[in-house]
Structures are given as C-alpha cells and as structure tokens.
Design a binder for this molecule. Structure first.
Ligand SMILES: Cc1cc2nc3c(=O)[nH]c(=O)nc-3n(C[C@H](O)[C@H](O)[C@H](O)COP(=O)(O)O)c2cc1C
Length: 356
C-alpha cells in the first residue's frame, strides 16, 4: 500500500506539513544551518546540544561556554526559519543536562528531544513552560518506565515518542548482540509494544501520542515505508550528515558518502553502550587494543567511564568535525551505504512535498 496523501505531524499545538524530524547529531553535525534548512523545508529542525562548549578553551567554564554557544545556534536557526518548528536534542548523559534544558526554555525552543538514557526528571525541569517533550526509547519496557514515572511524579505524558530501532545510528538502547542481529528486535515489534503501553495513558489523558520511527531512512520511499508501518512520522539522522548544511568538514562528509554497508562496525563507547561507527583508522587501532591518550579536564558525559576508556569520544568527534579523518570517529546508521551524495537538506523534502 502506498500513501498518496501524507498527513501533517501534530505535536500538541504544533504542526508541520512533512512528518520528518531531523535528528540531533553531535558533535556539531546538527547545528543552526541544518536545523534551519529542515524547518524551512516543512519538517522539524533539531540542534544537538552535546559538545558545543570548548573543553580546552574554557576548562573552568565549560557549562557557560556550552550555554552561550547553544543560545547562538538557537537564535541563528530562528532567523533562518522564523516560522519553522525548532527542537533541541539533550542527551540524558550530559553533565550539563539541567542547564541545557533551562536554556531551551529561556530561548523558547518548541521541543526538547531527550534520549541516550531515560529522561525521567525532564518534566520536573520544564514545569510551567509550554515546551513539548519527546523521549527517545528503544523498547516497550523503556516506554512503560517513562510513562509510569512521568504520570506518577508529574501528572504528564510525552507529547510524542521517538522509537530508535536496531538499524539506527548513535548510542543504542540495545545489546551488542541485538545490534549485530537486528532481526531479533524488529522495529515493527517495538512499535506494537510501545502502542500497547501508550494506549491506557492516551485514554486517560484523552489525546493521541504521535510515534516517530528512527532507523535506516535514506530517501522518501523509506519515509513512506515507515508511515505505512503505522508510524506518524520519522526521525532521520545519517541522511542529513551528507547535506550541505551539516556542520562537519567536507572531508568527513566524503568519508560518509564513500562508505558502504559493510564498513559499519559496532564499538563499545566510553558510555558503556554499543555505538555503530565506520571502520576507519581510529577504529582499527581501537580494535587492535591501542589506547589513544587523552586528558579529561571536564567530564562532559555523566556516565563516561573516562578512567577505563580507550579513547575520548568528544575528542574523536571533534576530529571528525574538523576533517581530521584518520583520528576521527564516524558514528553512523546502518543505511549509510544508500547515502551516496551530498545534497541541500531541502532536496530530501522535494518528493515528500508532492504527497502533501
Ligand atoms: C553522527 C551521529 C550523531 C548522533 N548524535 C546524537 C546525539 O547527540 N544525541 C542523540 O540523542 N542521538 C544522536 N544520534 C542518533 C540520532 O539522533 C538518530 O536517532 C539516529 O541517527 C537515527 O538513525 P539513522 O541515522 O539511521 O537515520 C546520532 C547519530 C549519528 C549518526
């Protein structure tokens, strides 16, 4: 079955014509230029709040440096898309989580998207504001925990939910075994479980919670496939790395463009979670047991086991930002083999606009 009339995505009183949220991607992949372009094209733009402060330049003041840079990005994105919908991705693992959330409220961001851990305290931090909250989860069980605790502690439920499937990029809420064998945890099954968990809460609160699917979306046909599966929209990462507006150096974008599906491997991140990456020079070294020396003047990720880690993930992602491809870490989704060009972000939306 093909969807000929795509429905707009409604999140509370917010609405966009194209049901696509561009994923928050750190470090500095998803900043104002990308978020603004996506919001202008009719989707929801997202700024990633991780790694915006310079650890080296501001060892004593990483938190205010991060906040100031986030404010700059939010204001720039608003200028680029004055009528668009803007979100900020705030990883639960961030040491400066509370500060970033407060900055989003102060700057009138429309939506906070929060994953890489369960965002249990989030509604307490945003109480009294109208900011919409979207947790990112990977199982019905995680959905249940979020729903029960938000309902019990704060008498709220999420405004939408993002399900990250086993083929998606970023830190993953799956075991390494599941990441290596995604057929064990198909996203359709997770969708069914999440819908079951949501149903009693939707009935009690009298509103439907939109569910977005995240994994392996390279083009408009993949979007349609997810909508046909029963998702209300999609959350797209890897495709938007290879856009003109993504924040990383062109040399790093070219690494992604050239990558094939078989170049994707699974690494244990210093956060203790499996993360999909391209098999590059740095990753070969890590697989060979080498330790990449690093200093840690500020523990930017709360759960980072810096003393045990073989490398600093922030350092490695900054290398990717600056195009130092041999030292860089290239986090990626399984669909990278089908992303073969660098496009203006708007081009992704063109075929979808015809279905509105
Ligand atoms: C390079 C990269 C960086 C990412 N950074 C973040 C992040 O900072 N916070 C987060 O919650 N998820 C992050 N993710 C996960 C994405 O938000 C998204 O859910 C995922 O990439 C979707 O799968 P796809 O890449 O197959 O489209 C990242 C993913 C990639 C590929």
């Amino acid at each position: 079955m093909r969807i000929y009339n795509m429905l707009p995505l409604k999140i509370g009183d917010l609405e966009v014509p194209i049901p696509v949220i561009q994923a928050g991607m750190g470090v500095q992949v998803a900043k104002a230029d990308l978020a603004g372009a996506v919001a202008r094209a009719g989707g929801i733009g997202c700024i990633s709040s991780v790694g915006l402060g310079s650890i080296e330049a501001s060892q004593n003041d990483y938190i205010s440096d991060s906040n100031n840079n986030l404010i700059t990005q939010i204001r720039k994105a608003r200028l680029l898309a004055p009528n668009g919908i803007l979100s900020v991705n705030v990883m639960v693992a961030l040491s400066n989580y509370d500060n970033v959330v407060q900055t989003c409220i102060d700057e009138n961001v429309d939506i906070i998207i929060s994953g890489a851990g369960l965002p249990i305290p989030l509604p307490g931090l945003t109480k009294g504001s109208n900011i919409k909250l979207i947790p990112v989860i990977s199982s019905g069980r995680a959905m249940k925990v979020v729903l029960k605790s938000w309902h019990r502690r704060y008498q709220v439920i999420p405004d939408a939910v993002i399900i990250e499937g086993p083929l998606c990029g970023g830190h993953m809420g799956f075991t390494t075994e599941q990441v290596l064998h995604p057929e064990l945890v198909p996203i359709q099954g997770i969708l069914r479980d999440v819908k079951n968990e949501l149903a009693p809460f939707e009935a009690e609160y009298g509103r439907k919670i939109p569910i977005l699917g995240a994994e392996n979306i390279a083009d408009a046909n993949d979007v349609i496939e997810k909508l046909n599966m029963g998702f209300d929209g999609v959350h797209v990462g890897t495709r938007f790395i290879c856009t003109e507006e993504a924040g990383i150096d062109i040399k790093s974008k070219e690494v992604y463009v050239k990558a094939k599906a078989e170049d994707v491997v699974v690494l244990r991140s210093p956060l203790g979670l499996p993360v999909k990456v391209l098999k590059t020079t740095l990753v070969e070294k890590l697989f060979n047991g080498e330790k990449i020396p690093f200093g840690c003047p500020f523990q930017c990720l709360r759960a980072c086991e810096a003393s045990k880690a073989k490398f600093c993930i922030a350092d490695a992602l900054l290398k990717t930002l600056f195009g130092e491809v041999d030292e860089g870490l290239f986090m990626v989704g399984s669909g990278v083999g089908r992303v073969n060009d660098i496009i203006p972000a708007e081009e992704f939306f063109e075929p979808l606009k015809k279905l509105v």
